[in-house]
Design a binder for this molecule. Structure first.
Ligand code: SF4
Length: 347
């Protein structure tokens, strides 16, 4: 039963009071379907029990500290965990869809050179409830619109927090929980090959994206320390295992960095490397961070896309979103998190 794993603190309170087993399901439904933030809102539970739960197992595990709203409709949520860490979540509206980009760790140990989160180092893994609750808060915020997609591309390397991340995704997918179809949920990894294989073996039909960022080994080692551990041939073996096992499209994320990985030779090498019909290249424009890199121009990015496609590579250029609030998914800005005094929010 999902609720037992997801809500151990609630279960403990209920068991102590010898409540019937269905109360746990009711509590789970209140949190994951009705999206309550306070047990007082859980009208499916008796009033007396709501007060006891509020005392012993509060409904919200994250405190929403503020919402930044970009001119293009993108929203960035800043949360504090109960132990005082800051994490970020982004909601991106696009063509009637509402995609929520969630974090799985406080900071990240992977140290990708162009990533603001990577500069923070790692504080701790998030629990499944902390991961899923980011989506619940965004869903509440955008109602009556519904969350149409969830991407695990915020702070952290989700496959270093595999079990808690997967549990959160299962709750989001659970027909008795948040009930978002698995094909609308995607995780992104910097390239942990054993976990890519494990993810491929999971029964759920979640999508996967691999951060590639350059087709050249030496450059990848410069940009992403993980590349020293898992070289490109090993990564591509795992990628092939994934598509052959799942028959699902596999996305390769590629952040265009001016003068670093946006040359014609990169497109040519990518066209050779991404040689399976289920592979798809997702080009992203870099959101400014204080990492010393700069973004390929819009024109340069379109040119790179056009050239990659002309070489037979299925590719998409994702629009930059939320630039005025530092809301690039996968490159969340660290300034809110390094110094709380720097936080500027408009909730
Ligand atoms: S890009 Fe992703 S994996 Fe790399 S440091 Fe940033 S959050 Fe971590």
């Amino acid at each position: 039963m999902r609720a037992t794993v997801f809500l151990p603190d609630v279960q403990k309170v209920l068991e102590k009071r010898s409540e019937p087993a269905y109360r746990l399901e009711q509590a789970y439904s209140a949190l994951t379907r009705s999206l309550i933030r306070d047990w007082e809102e859980a009208t499916n539970l008796p009033k007396g029990l709501r007060a006891v739960l509020a005392e012993g197992a509060p409904a919200a595990v994250l405190e929403l500290r503020g919402v930044s709203r970009a001119t293009d409709g993108t929203r960035k949520y800043l949360f504090h965990t109960r132990d005082g860490h800051a994490i970020e979540t982004v909601m991106i509206p696009e063509k009637g869809r509402h995609t929520v980009c969630i974090s799985t760790q406080v900071g990240c140990p992977m140290g990708c050179k162009f990533c603001a989160t990577g500069l923070l180092g790692i504080k701790r893994n998030l629990k499944a409830r902390e991961i899923a609750e980011q989506v619940f808060v965004a869903a509440r915020d955008i109602a009556p619109h519904r969350v149409s997609n969830v991407v695990v591309m915020g702070m952290g390397e989700p496959f270093l927090n595999y079990d808690e991340t997967l549990e959160a995704l299962k709750v989001l997918n659970d027909p008795d929980g948040f009930a978002l179809a698995a094909r609308h949920i995607a995780a992104s990894t910097s390239g942990l090959v054993d976990r890519i294989r494990r993810f491929a073996d999971e029964p759920e039909q979640f999508h996967l994206a691999i951060s590639l960022h350059t087709p050249f080994e030496d450059e990848r080692k410069e940009l992403m320390p993980v590349a020293a551990r898992h070289q490109i041939p090993e990564l591509m073996d795992a990628a092939r295992y994934y598509v052959e096992k799942t028959h699902r499209k596999l996305f390769f994320e590629y952040t265009l960095l001016a003068g670093v990985n946006d040359q014609p030779r990169h497109a040519e090498a990518l066209a050779e490397l991404l040689d399976h019909p289920l592979y798809h290249l997702n080009l992203l424009r870099f959101n400014w961070t204080d990492t010393g890199f700069s973004a390929t121009s819009q024109r340069g990015a379109r040119e790179f896309l056009r050239y990659a496609r002309s070489l037979g590579l299925p590719a998409t250029l994702r629009p930059s979103r939320g630039q005025d609030i530092d809301a690039a998914c996968g490159q969340l800005a660290a300034k809110d998190l390094r110094g709380r005094t720097a936080v500027s929010l408009s909730s």
